[in-house]
Write a protein that binds this ligand. Structure first.
Ligand code: M6R
Length: 307
């Protein structure tokens, strides 16, 4: 009943969880046809948002204890909205203060970097998106069933990526001394680019930035020099793919060393290196495209002698 009355969704999170929130926006808006805002909890908590009892707040947190996210959640509750959290840590503060929780059950994150937690946050967001789409009748049964079956195929596809990842490890070593690594994505691939850059900063202590493909010409292209490593997350949608391929040509013309993460069947003529991932539905791409980026950050950290 409450979901049928919803007017908007606001997602609150920090860091990697915020990137999961950005992916959630693409998925929920596409499937459930409801407006979704994603906000950095550290910004939200200090401003006057427009919310009411028909807004749903989704707080995403691995630990369930992040102070900015917790304070943002409390701030949101002052407006009378319901809070649903996506959390990895049982009985932590954020789920305890939420009206409902979806636990991700990823197991503890041993190191600081949120990796498996990130992937499960994205999956949880997909499940929420499909559930809302179903309740609001925005997708028919067949469309929902199709997305579920594609979701169920993801674990096997991830195994496949992990089995074929060796060339990526070798390739990573070529870039050990690069001063910066750039990541480019479009649509759901854009938050993946942001996450790839964050993981590299956090693990390898390297300068890294993620950009949306369409923004390249609005400034970031100036950063491309001969040999600059640029990781391009290739979209599945034909129009976006064409746009991304022209971005690849632009950066290549400036001398970038382009590593393309591309689903099977997607050609990237300008790429210097091609990392193949299996095909999936366009919205589910982040789950598969993120794996090589996590491996890249890990390998870079190890090669650079980090703990
Ligand atoms: O525990 P949380 O998910 O609330 O933490 C939020 C961020 O601090 C966290 O995602 C951070 O960005 C990670 N260490 C990134 O790997």
């Amino acid at each position: 009943k409450e979901i049928s009355a919803l007017t908007k969704i606001v997602i609150l999170a920090c860091g990697t969880a915020y990137h999961a929130g950005l992916i959630a926006k693409y998925a929920i808006e596409e499937w459930a046809k409801i407006s979704v805002d994603v906000e950095l909890a550290s910004e939200f908590r200090y401003r006057n948002p427009i919310l009411d009892k028909n807004s749903l707040v989704i707080a995403i947190s691995q630990s369930g204890e992040t102070m900015d996210t917790l304070m943002a959640l409390r701030h949101a509750k002052e407006f009378g909205c319901k809070v649903l959290s996506i959390c990895n840590t049982n009985s932590s503060t954020i789920p305890r203060e939420s009206d409902a929780v979806l636990y991700t059950h990823a197991g503890p994150e041993i190191a600081v970097a949120s990796t498996k937690a990130f992937l499960t946050q994205v999956v949880a967001a997909y499940l929420i998106g499909l559930a809302i789409a179903q309740i609001r009748g925005a997708l028919d049964e067949e469309q929902v069933a199709n997305q579920y079956s594609q979701l169920q195929e993801l674990p096997a596809k991830i195994e496949q990526i992990l089995e074929t990842v060796e060339p990526l490890r070798t390739l990573t070593r070529e870039f050990t001394n690069s001063s910066s690594v750039l990541f480019l994505g479009r649509n759901v691939g854009y938050p993946v680019a942001l996450e790839g850059a964050l993981k590299l900063k956090e693990l390898a202590y390297m300068h890294a930035e993620g950009f949306a493909g369409g923004e390249l010409k609005h400034g970031p292209i100036a950063l491309i020099d001969k040999g600059t490593p640029l990781i391009a997350i290739m979209p599945i949608d034909p129009l976006l793919n064409e746009k991304m391929n022209s971005n690849v040509q632009e950066v290549k013309a400036r001398g970038a060393n382009v590593i393309a993460i591309a689903p099977e069947g997607i050609n990237v003529p300008g790429a210097t290196h091609l990392i193949r991932i299996p095909e999936t539905s366009p919205i589910l791409l982040p789950i598969l495209a993120t794996i090589p980026l996590q491996v890249f950050a890990y390998e870079m950290a190890v090669t650079r002698g980090n703990d």
